[in-house]
Every structure is written in C-alpha cells, then in structure tokens.
Design a protein around this ligand. Structure first.
Ligand code: GLC
Ligand code: MG
Length: 494
C-alpha cells in the first residue's frame, strides 16, 4: 500500500525514467532576481516538450508545504512528479501530494522534537523561524553567520548527550535546521533511489541541482550528476572544494538558476538541451524526438510571440497554422461559442501585437504550461463510448517508443489514443485532439478539435468527456489515424 504512490508516479512512464532531475527551488530552479522568470519559463518549455513523458521531475526544497504552496502561487512553476519538502523530511507524490508514510516512520528513530526545543532554548543566539517552518522532523532557526559554526558544535554535543542523533545544517548564510540524522535532501534522494531500484525502475540518469548548504548532501549521492548554479552560496562551494573537487560529474555552472540547469543537461549530454523558447523560428523545428507535447508547446509559444509582436507579422505563419488544422476542425470557447479552427486562425490577424509590453499593468504577457501528463487507459476510454478498438488499449507507452515500434508493425498505431492533462494557476483547461495519418509524422499533427473550459484557479480536472464523445462520434474519425487527445492547461502570466 505504501509503495502505491511511488509506483503510480512511475506508471506514467513506459520504462525507467530517461532523466530524473532533483532540484532545489529558491535560487536554483527559481530566480528571485528575475521578475520575468525567463530562465524558469525556458526550463519549463524544455521539460514539457521533451521530458515530461519519459522523465521525472523532483523538487527538493527547504520550504514547508505552506511556503512551498505560496511559492507556487508567486512563480510559474511546473507540477513535479515528486515533492520533497522541509529539507528532506517530507516526501510526497504526484499532483495530489500523497505523503510517503514509510519515510515518516523511518525518521521517528532517535528523534524527539521536544528535547530539541528544550536544548535549543538555552542558546540566545538562535531565533526561531516562523511557525509554518517548524515541522514534525525539522526545527528551524536563524543564526548570524559568524556565530554559526560555534553554535552548531555546541548544539550537537548537547543533543547527543540527550540521546538524540541529529543533523544540523546551515544554509544561505542565515538558516539553521535541526533534523533527524537520517533526514536531509541527500538521504531523501537515496531513499527514493532505493525504492526505484527495488521496483526495477532506476532512472537512467539523475541530475541534482542546488545553490546552498542544505543541497550539499545531494551532491554526495553516488552516481548522480550535479550542478551548482553560478549563483551558488559560499557554504556550498566550500563544501564542494573540501569534499567533491575531483568529481567530474559535478559542475559549477556559469549560468544562474534554471539556466544553469539547462546548461548542465547539455554539458553532461543528458538529452535535448535547447528550450523551444530559444528557437527563433519554431516552424523550422526538427524534432529530435517526436512528442505531441512539443506541438502544443510550439503553438503556445507562437501565439505568445504573435500577441507580443515578437515574430514577424507574416501571412506565412498563419498559412502554416491553417495547414495543420483539420478543415472541419472546431474550437469551443469556454463560453460555449463554437467556431471553425481555420476561422480562428484568420482572426489572429487582428490580434497581432495586442499584448506588446504590459503598459496598462494588465493583459497577457506569457503563457506557462504547468503539466502535461499521459492519462492511463481507464480514464481515456471513458470518453470514447462506442469504440471497442480504443477499449482494447492497454499500454500507454510514450509516443516516441510507439512510433519506433511501429516501424515494423503499422497496426500498433491504429488504436493509439493518448490524453494529456494539465493544470493551471488561472485561466482555462484546454483539451486538444490531434491526429495524424502519417506514420512518419514528418509534417507534425493535425489539430482536429480544441475545447476550453474555465478552471477555478487551483483545481485540475480531466477533460470534458461529454464534448469529446460528441466530437468523436460526429467526426467519424477513422481509427486508421493516430488520435491524440491532450488536455493542456496554460496560465497567463501578467
Ligand atoms: C527554507 C525553509 C527554512 C529553512 C531553509 C534552509 O527557507 O523555509 O525553514 O531553514 O529553507 O533549509
Ligand atoms: Mg536554494
């Protein structure tokens, strides 16, 4: 039972993850000095278009669940597969953040937070952090940089005398955390890797990313690649110099935050490392790996650039777009109004540059996809009532492997239906039905149907099954075609 959430997380992938990224958030994934969040959005687009369907994203933060959720509201962040919070003392799985109870049990050994409170109260140099940051297996303070070393020593002696086995970590030149000895970001990662191994699902590569003291442990886990972002704190660089200087698998990036993570993916050749946001002419993109999510990312990026007048005002783009719209394809607005997709493309003419700048403090600036996930068969079959063929579907392999398998067996493609869902900060959930008759998929996919529904901010939903069933029936779609249904959620960052 305990393993169920981990396995569910893994089930999304056909095999072992191609890459598992384990990243710290503050000053690593998230740059608090970049109000436009450009490198974060670059990373997000890279991840959603190339990795979401075959890899695992793990956020590992010092923040408690409360502060983590606050950060998600402030910054355009992806939804990770696994969230490790409170400096490796809390592990949760999936979008619904199901806690790993086995980890909690493990951390209870030789731990008594009352004794920690008692002993620490004897140190006037320690200032307690806010109530939200005090967790079952984490007691946190602020302490001045010049006093930190001395206090850590004294504390560890006094806690040891009381029979506790603790770990004391100093981060960011100000935060002091006291945790059970078995806890910490590195231990939490080691625990996950052990579980993956037991399930035969060890990721092919793991990349850890960090900037401060509480990330140091991540870099000592055997066999992982590591990137210290360019803006890493002194305490992490010192730890590295003393403990891991000769490890070629760890680099100190020359780029800040998420840009440093992208740099490391390229440096270690862990997979594609060009974000679609860095591709100027997306219509020329040659896909390294076929992935329908790339189509969607490409479309949203084009639309964003069009609205911001960052692409040329050229008919060519609209003609390209029209050529990938099914002639009878429709778009349903959240209000219920339905139009032909091709008419929608025509009306793009009038909205060129309407979101240039943000002069009025309002309006769309950028799109952010939060999550694109392949749904399992039982979910997808619910919106295709009459299709026995779809009902036969059992495995949900990533599309790339289906296409490869298909080279010798064209019947495999016939039954393929994939639904991808997303979640959103605001705005709406978009269900996209894509199709391709062409096994080589050289020209990309045809957009058959786009249906939007409003979302109430935080909520995430599956697709509108009724409307999809209607479309499915009315279009008499041939199962000779590759059908992809995706629910994509996008937020508009103002
Ligand atoms: C985060 C947490 C804080 C902790 C720090 C360093 O800022 O909110 O409690 O001390 O990370 O681990
Ligand atoms: Mg950090």
């Amino acid at each position: 039972m305990r393993e169920a959430s981990l396995l569910k997380t893994m089930d999304r992938l056909a095999g072992n993850a191609r890459l598992m990224i384990v990243s710290d958030l503050d000053h690593t994934m998230v740059d608090h000095h970049d109000p436009e969040n450009l490198s974060l959005l670059r990373f997000n687009a890279l991840w959603e278009s190339n990795y979401r369907n075959n890899s695992l994203l793990v956020f590992s933060t010092g923040r408690s669940p409360t502060l983590y959720k606050e950060l998600r509201k402030e910054k355009p962040m992806l939804t990770p597969d696994i969230t490790i919070m409170s400096v490796g003392t809390e592990i949760t799985y999936g979008n619904s953040m199901i806690p790993d109870e086995g980890w909690v049990e493990f951390l209870n050994k030789k731990w008594d937070r009352n004794i920690v409170s008692e002993e620490t109260s004897k140190f006037p140099e320690l200032t307690l952090q806010s109530e939200t940051e005090q967790r079952p297996h984490k007691v946190s303070f602020y302490v001045q940089k010049d006093k930190a070393q001395e206090i850590m020593k004294a504390l560890s002696t006094s806690l040891e005398k009381r029979g506790l086995d603790v770990k004391i970590i100093y981060s960011g030149g100000m935060d002091l955390d006291i945790l059970p000895q078995g806890a910490g970001k590195g231990q939490a990662l080691a625990y996950l890797l052990t579980k993956f191994k037991a399930a035969g699902k060890l990721p092919h590569n793991t990349l850890v990313c960090g900037d401060s003291g509480n990330d140091a442990e991540l870099f000592s886990i055997p066999d992982v690649h590591g990137v210290m972002v360019s803006n890493a704190q002194e305490e992490l660089l010192q730890w590295h110099a003393a403990n891991a200087k000769n490890n070629p698998k760890i680099i100190h990036a020359t780029e800040r935050c998420a840009a440093g993570i992208i740099q490391a993916i390229g440096h270690f050749k862990l997979g594609p490392s060009t974000s679609p946001r860095d591709v100027i002419d997306l219509s020329d993109t040659k896909m390294e790996n076929f992935d329908p999510a790339y189509e969607v990312v490409k479309f949203y990026l084009f639309y964003e650039r069009w609205r911001r007048a960052e692409v040329e005002h050229s008919e060519r783009y609209l003609a390209n777009l029209k050529s990938v719209c099914c002639p009878s394809g429709t778009f349903v607005h959240p209000s219920g109004i339905e139009r032909l997709l091709r008419d929608c493309v025509n009306s793009l003419k009038t909205c060129y540059g309407t979101n240039k700048g943000n002069n009025f403090g309002f309006g769309w600036i950028r799109f952010c996809l939060h999550r694109i996930v392949v749904l399992d068969t039982s979910d997808t079959s619910s919106f295709v009532p009459k299709s026995a063929a779809i009902g036969r579907l059992r495995t949900m392999q990533p599309l790339s492997s289906q296409i490869t398998n298909n080279e010798n067996n064209s019947s495999l493609l016939h039954d393929l239906i994939i639904s991808i869902i997303g979640e959103v900060r605001q705005c709406c959930l978009t269900t996209v039905l894509l199709s391709s008759k062409d096994v080589s998929v050289a020209q990309g996919l045809t957009w058959v149907h786009v249906h939007q529904t409003w979302l109430d901010g935080a909520g995430s939903r599956c697709f509108d099954s009724h409307s999809l069933a209607k479309v499915w029936n009315s279009m008499e779609l041939s199962l000779q075609e590759l059908m992809l249904s995706m629910n994509v959620c996008v937020s508009v960052l103002a």
